[in-house]
Design a protein around this ligand. Structure first.
Ligand SMILES: Cc1cc2nc3c(=O)[nH]c(=O)nc-3n(C[C@H](O)[C@H](O)[C@H](O)COP(=O)(O)OP(=O)(O)OC[C@H]3O[C@@H](n4cnc5c(N)ncnc54)[C@H](O)[C@@H]3O)c2cc1C
Length: 631
């Protein structure tokens, strides 16, 4: 497996940026009477531009359309997460063969539509080896690819579709007669017939998070508090020889640790098959991560091979059957037993493959297979999902327990067959998740069980299934082995502040340890949890436009009340796509175009609804007086 970085590419970055720059401005003057605004110009905002332009070009040829995309920065296409200038040690968390900007729908504006693998094959330096779909790449490379695709869309735009990329923050959306007005940092923009919101991760931490976390809140402006992104800030901050604490042990924690080590000139070298860290001398003396469980993520495991894998218990048919019998499903009562049995089944089948050369007979029941396995493996126990999701590590020597856990999850091949099969089950949730999404979406779970799933299962499944590439967890292991990373206070320590703002103290009564750090890096990504956590424009939709939150029975999901195509229930001209729809849908925080695709119906609806609009350009002498026309 190779990991691709920006240095493998020819100079496509500046080519993209020259083209984007000619479309980017800080203001917008309308050019046509029919206008659609897209808030957020990251990956999903760019997908929205692509879909709308493709559908409009097919169904409304020659008709004038202004597409205005607002974004906080000039990083259109990439957004902040795939920003092209970020360091190459920040990696994608799955292999590059999975990234594709395009869809296969009939309406297409762009005919040459490479996926990321094909793009890299075209633009890699001549000396580079062949690109394999299983390879990984940096997030910066993905950003270059996303911008390249956006440029392809721009290149293909016919003269009647005008695209404006505006660097500006949308602060509110309001309604004037039958059109929408956007209030942005630079002023008011009138006459939009539709607004699509693709603002991704734009939440803040609210009270809910701090009380649940049991970690004493440190003011956001305290010098002790440090965010992870942009990672360059962490790289530049002088932390040489100091002790640093990191709150959160997920993907962002890995990025933070790499910024504090590789980002400061340290080098990972492979010697006799394992990674060794060569310090630069500029890194902290000790990094102390912690979270509510103290458990690191499991390195991403290979997907199951579709040729010899199928679900037996938690299948689409099971879910459809359950939905036909109940108005709403209870996660614990109706779904969890099937999920548990699926884990048991796949585990025993995986295990038996070590010893049975022939395929496992399909007619065998789960108890029969387990009985058979216990004949071969005297220590065999059926798969225990709860133990897999939340293993109990000994409290007394927690650092070494975590290091062992890392070794066993990064290199399961060095352990026995039962352990290897257990860790391989980390890929199973990725097969179950899309089916669960069909039940989770649109409030089909009971409110109480949606809450139960969100709070007790979602994060734990993320930990075991959606971890970073093995390469990165190997680096974490190497740093822990030399003691630069210390996990002895990782499991829910007490956090307090000494001398107002000079030191953070982490302590553990049970282990009788206490350590003080000069900086606390917050490596969590805030989620939507009610009004206080929302970006300004959503707060105003609630406070001024009477938008409400989706409350499933009594459970407040944190998502606005939208319909099954993402449109706000109280204002159908405003639509949401991606992260802001989480709670109403599941798993939207990815680059996938297939998951919860609200874009295609949105674009089709626009072209259908507005096919008879008055087809004229605006009066360019008085563009700002024009209020738009959607007769
Ligand atoms: C650090 C990090 C790493 C990730 N890595 C992966 C990965 O490897 N693979 C994966 O599939 N997913 C990953 N994700 C998940 C990520 O959410 C998606 O991959 C992807 O970025 C979602 O795209 P988006 O356009 O919905 O949101 P974003 O990429 O967050 O883009 C939203 C855009 O909206 C703009 N915006 C927000 N509010 C406003 C406003 N009021 N006015 C104007 N503009 C606004 C922002 O500037 C931003 O450019 C990662 C997420 C994070 C945080």
């Amino acid at each position: 497996m190779k990991v691709w970085s920006s240095s493998s590419l020819t100079d496509i970055i500046s080519q993209n940026q020259r083209l984007l720059a000619s479309y980017i401005s800080e203001s917008y003057l309308p050019e046509s009477n029919f206008r659609v605004a897209i808030i957020g110009g990251g990956p999903k905002g760019s997908y929205a531009i692509e879909r709308l332009a493709s559908v409009w070009n097919t169904h409304c040829p020659g008709k004038f359309l202004d597409i205005v995309c607002f974004n906080l920065s000039a990083d259109f296409g990439s957004g902040p997460n795939y920003q092209t200038r970020q360091p190459d040690f920040l990696l994608m968390n799955y292999n590059l063969g999975k990234v594709d900007f395009w869809t296969d729908e009939p309406e297409q504006l762009v005919f040459d539509r490479p996926d990321l693998r094909e793009f890299l094959e075209r633009f890699k330096n001549e000396s580079e080896m062949e690109v394999d779909a299983e390879d990984y790449c940096s997030r910066a490379i993905t950003g270059v690819y996303l911008q390249y695709c956006l440029c392809k869309v721009i290149d293909a735009l016919p003269p009647n579709i005008r695209l404006h990329l505006v660097v500006d923050e949308v602060k509110s959306i309001s309604e004037i007669s039958d059109s929408l007005m956007l209030d942005t940092g630079s002023g008011m923009h009138f006459g939009f017939s539709e607004v699509m919101c693709c603002t991704g991760h734009s939440y803040r931490f609210g009270k809910e998070y701090d009380t649940r976390n049991s970690v004493k809140k440190i003011s956001d402006v305290s010098p002790l508090n440090q965010t992870v992104y942009p990672a360059e800030n962490l790289q530049k901050k002088d932390l040489k020889g100091k002790v640093v604490a990191i709150k959160g042990m997920g993907l962002t924690f890995v990025d933070a640790v790499l910024a504090l080590t590789e980002g400061k000139g340290g080098v990972f070298k492979r010697e006799n098959g394992s990674l060794r860290y060569m310090a630069s001398g500029k890194e902290p003396s000790e990094i102390l991560p912690f979270c509510r469980t103290g458990l690191p993520m499991i390195a991403r495991k290979e997907d199951f091979n579709s040729a010899d894998f199928s679900l037996r218990f938690f299948t689409e048919e099971t879910v459809q059957y359950l939905l036909s019998k109940h108005d709403k499903l209870d996660f614990k009562l109706h779904l969890l037993p099937f999920i548990q049995r699926e884990f048991r089944f796949q585990y025993v089948v995986h295990l038996l493959r070590f010893r049975c050369s022939k395929n496992i007979q399909p007619e065998k029941t789960l108890p029969e297979l387990e009985l058979y396995a216990s004949g071969i493996y005297p220590d065999f126990e059926p798969f225990d999902l709860e133990e897999f999701l939340s293993p109990e590590l000994p409290a007394l020597d927690f650092h070494n327990a975590v290091v062992n856990y890392l070794r066993q999850t990064v290199f399961p091949e060095n352990c026995n067959e039962m352990h290897q099969s257990k860790i391989a089950m980390s890929a199973l949730w990725r097969k179950i998740n899309p089916i669960l999404n069909t039940v989770y979406s649109f409030g089909k779970l009971t409110g109480e069980s949606q809450r139960y799933f969100d709070q007790h299962f979602y994060g734990r499944f993320q930990r075991v299934s959606f971890g970073p590439p093995k390469e990165n967890m190997e680096k974490i292991l190497a740093l822990a082995e030399v003691g630069l990373l210390q996990f002895d206070l990782a499991n829910k320590p007490k956090v307090s502040i000494k001398n107002q703002s000079t030191d953070v103290i982490l302590s553990h009564k049970q282990a009788s340890i206490s350590k003080s750090a000069v900086t606390l890096i917050d490596a969590r990504i805030p989620k939507s949890g009610g009004l206080a956590t929302q970006p300004e424009y959503i707060k105003k939709l609630v406070l001024q436009m009477k938008a409400s939150f989706f409350v499933n029975e009594k459970y407040k999901t944190g998502c606005l009340e939208i319909d099954q195509s993402g449109r706000l229930k109280k204002q159908k001209q405003i639509c949401f796509y991606g992260t802001p729809t989480e709670g109403w849908t599941l798993d939207n925080e990815s680059l996938s175009r297939a998951n919860n695709n609200f874009l295609s119906p949105w674009a089709n609806q626009i072209s259908k609804n507005y096919v008879n609009i008055k087809d004229s350009k605006v009066n360019t002498n008085y563009p700002l007086l024009d209020q738009g026309a959607n007769s």
